[in-house]
Every structure is written in C-alpha cells, then in structure tokens.
Design a protein around this ligand. Structure first.
Ligand code: PLP
Length: 474
C-alpha cells in the first residue's frame, strides 16, 4: 500500500469508525455468531498474492464484524467494561504509526518521559501518596505478577533470581475467597505453589474478614511457614466488595508482610474525593494497580501499576546485556527494568490524550454519572417485590436475581435466572453476565460503558422485567 492509498483508506476507515461510534446502538451488543461460524469462512491458506484493501475491508465487514461482541455498546453491561473513547483511538493510531519500542529511554525519550509524567498525574489524580511511582503494564494480571515476584525477591534478599527457589513451599500468600484468579496464576508462575494460597473468608458484604486473616497468619508462622504477601482487593470481580485496607495494612505491617492492592476497576472511582474512603490505609501498601483500560476510557491495554519501592522492582527485573547498555549523562527511566517484557508499546500516549481531552473534571463527571445511573437502578430493583439484591453496591455493579413469590429452592431459582440471562443476551439488545454469591446464582449489571445513558439503563431494566415475566409464565 503506497502513501496515497494509505491516505484514502485511512480517511475511509476514520469515517467508518466515526459512524461505528455514532450508530453503535444499531448493532447487536453480543455477537450472534455460533462456534466455528467465523473460522469456517476463512480460507485454509493465506493469499500468495496481494489482495486489494477494498476486499479486505469487505471481509472485515461481512465475516469479522458479525463475530464481534460490541464492548463499546452502551448496553454492554456485562463483566467489567473495557472502555474506549475517541481520543484514545486517535492516540492508538499514532502509536501504531510511530511503532516505537519503548523499552529504554534511548529508544524513544519522549515515550519514557511522557510515561513518567502521566503516571505522576495519575497518582495525584487518584490520591495515592507521593512515595508511589508508576509504570504502565499491559494488564492487572501482569502487575500482580510483578508485585508477587518483587515480594518474593525482597524476602529472599534478591537471591532466588540467581539460585532458584530452593524451598518455596515455606511461603504463604493471603487473599480473600473473592480475589481475582489472576492471583492464582501469578502465584503459580512465581513458583510459589497455589497450595500455599490461604483463602481468607469474607464478611457479609464479601470483603475480606481481617480477623480471619490474623487467625490464619499466626498458626502459619507457628507451623514454620513464612507469610510472604497479602493481596487486598478494592472492587472484587463478582460483586465489587471493598476489602478493609487499613485493618489489613496494619496486620501486614505487624508481621512484615508485603501488601499488594488490586483495584482493577475501582481505581477509577478514586478520581472522586467521595470514594477515597476505599484507600484509607493505602500508605501501608507496597504496590497498587488499577486499569484505565477498564473504566477510564483508555482502550485496552493500559494498566497503571504503582510501587513504593522502585528499586526493589528494578532489582527484581533488571538484566543488562551489553547490547542494551547506554550512556546517558543523567539518570533516566528505562522501563524495561520495571516489568516482564523487554519490548513495550507506547501506551502513555493514549492516556495522555484521554486525560487532556476530557480533563480531570470531565473524567470525574462521567464516572459520577455512571455511579448515579447504577444507584438509581438499584433503588428500582430494590423496590420491585419480585427482585432481590444479593450484594451491597459500593460502586456501579449490581448483583440481583428474580425471585418470584413462593420460590425458595436454590436450584430452581438458578434455573429461572440462568434462563432469564440467556434470553436477555439472545435479544442482542443487552449483554449481562452472572456470578455466584454465597452459592446463589446472581445476574450482574454494571453501568460503566463510556457512553451509557439513562435511556440505556431504563431500556435494560424494562427488558429484564419483561423477560423475567415471560420466563416465569412459560
Ligand atoms: N483484578 C480484578 C479485581 C479484576 O476484576 C480483573 C479483571 O476483570 C483483573 C484483576 C484482571 O485484569 P486484567 O485483564 O487487566 O489482567
């Protein structure tokens, strides 16, 4: 493709994207494709000769698009959001065009310095203490792995990278029974053994029971284990429960245990002063992660990882082969030493575009709007005699179920609610997902999509009520 062709198709695609954003409500939010539908339409072998870009785009429209679930649809109220926004998309175009590898300062000084600056902005925007410095990771899973690896290295006086894990089964990792599965994965990869995860029970609101935490740590120590790390979650995946950070932090300090805070979704709410109660005790944490790629309008991937002890992180990951040595006169940040990958995308650009384009106040307005939408809906669900709320709603996620009069059998309620969920999702008008809380099947609905509006939430609630009524009368 030459430059003029690129210009022509580029303009066409920008028009397509603008129309996509403008008309997204016309798409079925959840793809109706069945297993194998897309695969079966793709040729067995790649083309030997160049194909026209028009053909490629036609196939994108005809084959790929029907197999897409539209995460940017305002009626995408499933999982947690993975938001995009126009400034983020434009920045991604530039990132792709520049194609810079942002591994060391010299490979793009602007990328390193912009990352440093936007992470300081972000730290202050969400009210983290000044001792924290930040780095952009691809995902919260990676950030949590980095944290656990750093905890391991620090505990082993930075010897395990060299000598390997000689007796790793001594270590214990503590998290609640509601913690995200990325912790299990990180513990496995770090060689610590998932049998060494102690799952702390939760209180009625699904947050970690800190008394149980203490009661688990003490016998562990008496039995010769070494407590390595606690993972506290602000906004658990099932129900957005908020672990009591200050109480957990005090226990961590008392026993000299590393504390990582996973605020993958909830971190965005910290833009709002009225949500800073969640981080009371944050000064006791060692590391903190949240995902602008979830709820802060910055398209995947962009995970903000903050650490108190920058040198421990760098010491954990630093490897300096001759071909990467440089000779800057003043200290610079070489982010390759701040995580797992060597090659790094220029993710700071989209964060910068988003923060500047909305302004901090614009971001706050949007997030507040999403929270208000959820709380207004919560009120309506609570007031409906046939629906039941299954968990507190500290943020913008509601876990509920249909519970028509007289039905108390859990298996029957699960059948009814899973049928409601399937039928809702089959309409293509709304996409919701489920979880289980205390063994009860719960439908989850979250109002966090970039452009979700009151009308979208009203439509969702009407659809839920209509389908629930149909299921029970069928
Ligand atoms: N932590 C929590 C609480 C999550 O809800 C999720 C994903 O939803 C993750 C971690 C993993 O996020 P990522 O996909 O960025 O690894």
């Amino acid at each position: 493709m030459d430059t003029e062709e690129f210009r022509k198709h580029g303009h066409e695609l920008i028009d397509w994207i603008a129309d996509y954003f403008g008309n997204i409500r016309d798409y079925p939010v959840k793809s109706k494709a069945g297993p194998g539908d897309v695969f079966g339409q793709l040729p067995d072998s790649p083309p030997d000769n160049p194909e026209s870009f028009d053909n490629i785009i036609d196939d994108f429209r005809d084959i790929i698009l029907p197999g897409i679930t539209h995460w940017q649809h305002p009626s995408f109220m499933a999982y947690f959001p993975a938001n995009s926004s126009p400034p983020s998309v434009l920045a991604e175009m530039l990132t792709a065009a520049i194609g810079a590898q942002c591994m060391i300062w010299q490979t793009s000084p602007a990328a390193a310095e912009l990352e440093e600056r936007v992470m300081l902005w972000l730290r202050d925007m969400i009210g983290l203490p000044q001792e924290f410095s930040g780095v952009i990771q691809d995902t919260a899973s990676t950030a949590t792995l980095c944290s656990i690896l750093t905890a391991r290295e620090k505990k082993m006086s930075f010897t395990s990278n060299r000598k390997g894990l000689t007796d790793s089964s001594r270590f214990r990792i503590y998290c609640s029974s509601e913690t995200h599965s990325s912790v299990d994965k990180a513990v496995r990869i770090a060689g610590l053994g998932s049998d060494n995860i102690q799952r702390i029970s939760v209180r009625d609101d699904f947050s970690m029971d800190h008394d149980h935490l203490r009661k688990t740590i003490e016998p562990d120590i008496n039995n010769g284990y070494e407590p390595l790390c606690i993972i506290a979650t602000l906004g658990t995946t099932s129900s957005t429960a908020i672990d009591p950070l200050e109480s957990i932090g005090k226990i961590a300090k008392e026993y000299g245990i590393w504390l990582h805070v996973d605020a993958a979704l909830a971190g965005t709410a910290l833009l709002l002063a009225e949500y800073r109660w969640m981080t009371k005790g944050i000064e006791l944490a060692d590391t903190f992660v949240f995902n602008p790629h979830k709820w802060m309008f910055t398209n995947f991937d962009c995970s903000a990882y903050f650490v108190k002890d920058e040198s421990a992180l760098i010491r954990t990951f630093e490897i300096l082969p001759e071909y990467l040595k440089t000779s800057e006169a003043t200290p610079v940040k070489n982010y390759r030493d701040w995580g797992i990958q060597l090659g790094r995308r220029f993710r700071a650009l989209k964060l910068w575009f988003v923060i500047r384009s909305y302004g901090v106040n614009g971001l706050r307005t949007k997030v507040r709007h999403h929270l208000r939408l959820a709380h207004d809906l919560l009120k309506q669900i609570k007031e409906h005699p046939k629906f039941e709320i299954l968990a507190p709603v500290p943020l913008n996620l509601i876990c509920f179920r249909y519970k028509p009069n007289g039905i108390t059998d859990e298996a029957e309620l699960e059948k009814i609610n899973s049928t409601i969920l399937t039928r809702i999702n089959d309409t293509g008008e709304l996409f919701l997902t489920h979880t289980k809380l205390n063994g009860k099947y719960a439908i989850r609905i979250i109002t966090g999509q970039t452009n979700v509006e009151q009308q979208d939430v009203d439509n969702a609630w009407e659809l839920v009520k209509r389908i629930a009524g149909e299921v029970i009368s069928s």
